[in-house]
Design a protein around this ligand. Structure first.
Ligand code: OAD
Length: 260
């Protein structure tokens, strides 16, 4: 069998790694996932720090800076336009569906702590999702606190305008900017889920943004961690298994190996 030729399985070592992952999943009643932007690239949403990610292709990191937004929200809405367009058009991918399948078809207790604001885990049917950085579902006026559905702003934003409110404030999507605290209860739920899990899977995150990057460290002693990320992460050397390839592929193969 030639590795990589059409219709063949992945490299033998990789097949063994998938078997090992399936075995870890089989032995776990509770699985916690910590996910990042790489989870959604297969749905067409760019990540941040890959060679093709937003920060590497001209979007300044400062657009998510709270002080900068308060001084002038214009740059945020200009740069975020493409990202929000991609989020609105996106649908859950094979990776999101595989996680929901572990919950629905394999009968696992599944918790997902995600840094993603796109709601794709929720759309895939995963019940316990902790969106650590908020979501695009809602937006709140910085002046009077009026809250509206995020989608109601897109026509204005798409037209290149800033969604000002008549009170003089501006509608800011309910996503966490640098300089803002994470939603306390959500962070706590995520931390408890990781601490209670028999197995922790870390998917598509560079683990460079805190406090989300600390979450895998709350796993129980002896609870294995598995990393699926195209590029190296600081957690790789602690991981029972590391995959440097597509999350959708790896999770689909693992679910197939489970036979559910
Ligand atoms: P990053 O862009 O830092 O990391 C995404 C990781 O996913 C990269 O290391 C990629 O190699 C990997 N990756 C991409 N696509 C993949 C795929 N299909 N399969 C496997 N791996 C893949 O994104 P995050 O770690 O999520 O915060 O970034 C954390 C935070 O930084 C974001 O929530 C955002 C950003 O600034 C705020 O905006 C507050």
């Amino acid at each position: 069998m030639t590795p990589g030729s059409p219709g063949t399985s992945p490299l033998p070592s990789d097949r063994a790694a998938v078997e090992r992952l399936a075995e870890l999943i089989r032995g776990a009643g509770r699985i916690a996932f910590v996910t990042g932007a790489g989870m959604s690239t297969e749905s067409g949403i760019p990540d941040f720090r890959s060679a093709t990610g937003l920060y590497a292709t001209g979007t300044p990191e400062s657009i998510f800076d709270l002080d900068a937004f308060r001084r002038d929200p214009g740059p945020f809405f200009r740069y975020a336009r493409g990202l929000f367009e991609a989020i609105l058009a996106a649908r859950p991918n094979a990776g999101h569906r595989a996680i929901a399948a572990l919950q629905d078809r394999a009968g696992k207790e599944v918790d997902v702590a995600t840094q993603n604001i796109d709601t794709l885990h929720q759309q895939a049917g995963t019940r316990r999702v902790y969106p650590l950085h908020g979501t695009v579902e809602w937006a709140t006026c910085t002046g009077c606190g009026d809250r509206v559905a995020g989608e109601s702003l897109w026509d204005v934003v798409r037209a290149g305008r800033v969604p000002w409110h008549s009170c003089g404030g501006v509608y800011k999507p309910d996503v966490v900017f640098f300089g803002e605290p994470l939603p306390e209860k959500t962070l706590w739920q995520a931390r408890c889920a990781v601490a209670a899990a028999d197995l922790v899977l870390v998917l598509g995150t560079s683990l460079t943004v805190y406090p989300a990057a600390l979450l895998p460290g709350f796993r129980r002693r002896g609870a294995p961690v598995v990393v699926v990320n195209r590029t190296e992460t600081p957690l790789d050397r602690e991981a029972a298994v590391v995959f440097r390839r597509s999350i959708g592929e790896v999770l689909t193969e693992a679910v197939e190996a489970l036979g559910v």
